[in-house]
Design a protein around this ligand. Structure first.
Ligand code: ASP
Length: 325
């Protein structure tokens, strides 16, 4: 009996490792936990094509929006750990959610097998193009005086846009502002362009073309230096709010338990995708920053996740905002 069990176990192991060796032999799905057209979707689609080339199989993007990205993340945390279902997470789904959602159904640091960081993106404070403030100082003064007239767009509590505006609103002492939640900042940007909402804090990846075309106003980029993608936009320090410094990122994760051979192939494919000339060009146009060699690896990504959970959780808990308010 004992021998049979051992043999059966060996067979299962051998079958698992044979499957890993033949990986991938069918299309791979990357879940984007937000609506199409936003920065997470844009990033996933940019890297999916060169990853398909590197892996010899199609890498497909599937949008599973809801609950600030937590619906898609929960689904992938529970998916088969076979390398065929991945998630393009970000600083919201895989760090900020911890400080904002006491009922989070996954642990960003332990429920996934990290693959690697896909990019980093400065956060920019933007408003509809006819917002009655010419710079950040006027914007802050206007919102402080007219809180009821202003609506902030975001992608749900726990998203990057909500989190980075919680930090911005606190730094700028804006008090409580009205907010409209979307299934991603793609649709939120459409409403900002249409003037249905007033302002947003979001990844530059989503905003550079509309900032440069004058479709929206940009008041500040929350990084140490200006971005070459939007050279006319001042840093938060130049604009008078030096404490407001925050950058987001997107990253690829698999379910926990994914075989090491599969992880190695995905790490290599992501690295190749990031070294692809078209990827580099698109990222540069969108103000997206390429990750370091270390950040492209599972341990480097895990370190970023843990760093940002530690950095964000105390401030977000102190903000008093939780899922549902
Ligand atoms: N930028 C978004 C966020 O606020 C999500 C998206 O990629 O659409 O988290």
């Amino acid at each position: 009996m004992k021998i049979m069990s051992a043999a059966a176990a060996a067979l299962v192991l051998a079958a698992g490792s044979a499957a890993a060796q033949g990986y991938p032999n069918k299309p791979i799905t990357v879940v984007v936990p937000f609506a199409a057209g936003g920065p997470t979707d844009i990033t996933a689609r940019i890297v999916a094509e060169p990853m398909s080339k590197a892996l010899g199989q199609n890498v497909l993007v599937e949008n599973v929006a809801g609950a600030a990205g937590q619906t898609g993340s929960t689904r992938v945390a529970g998916a088969a750990p076979d390398g065929y279902t991945l998630i393009m997470g970000h600083m919201g789904t895989h760090a900020a959610s911890v400080g904002l959602n006491p009922n989070l159904k996954y642990d960003p640091a332990t429920s996934f097998q990290p693959i690697g960081l896909a990019n980093a993106s400065p956060i920019v404070v933007v408003a509809r193009k006819d917002f009655p403030a010419k710079d950040l100082k006027e914007f802050i003064a206007y919102v402080q005086k007219n809180p009821d007239k202003v609506t902030q767009a975001h992608a749900g509590v726990g998203s990057v846009s909500s989190t980075t505006c919680i930090l911005f609103n606190a730094q700028a002492k804006l008090g409580k502002v009205n907010a409209a939640a979307y299934r991603g900042t793609g649709p939120a940007l459409n409403d900002l362009l249409g003037g249905q909402v007033d302002f947003m804090c979001d990844q530059l990846t989503n905003l550079a073309p509309q900032i440069n075309a004058g479709g929206i106003k940009a008041y500040a980029v929350a990084s140490a230096a200006r971005s070459p993608a939007i050279p006319d936009v001042p840093t938060s320090t130049e604009a008078g709010l030096p404490g407001y410094r925050i950058e987001s990122w997107n990253a690829l994760f698999a379910p926990k338990g994914t075989p090491p051979e599969v992880v190695a192939k995905l790490v290599d494919a992501l690295d190749k995708a990031l070294n692809d000339e078209t990827t580099k060009k698109r990222f540069a146009e969108l103000g997206s920053l390429l990750p370091t060699a270390e950040e492209r690896k599972p341990d480097g990504l895990l370190a970023v996740v843990k760093r940002d959970i530690d950095m964000l959780t105390p401030t977000l808990k102190a903000s008093g905002v939780t899922i549902g308010n």
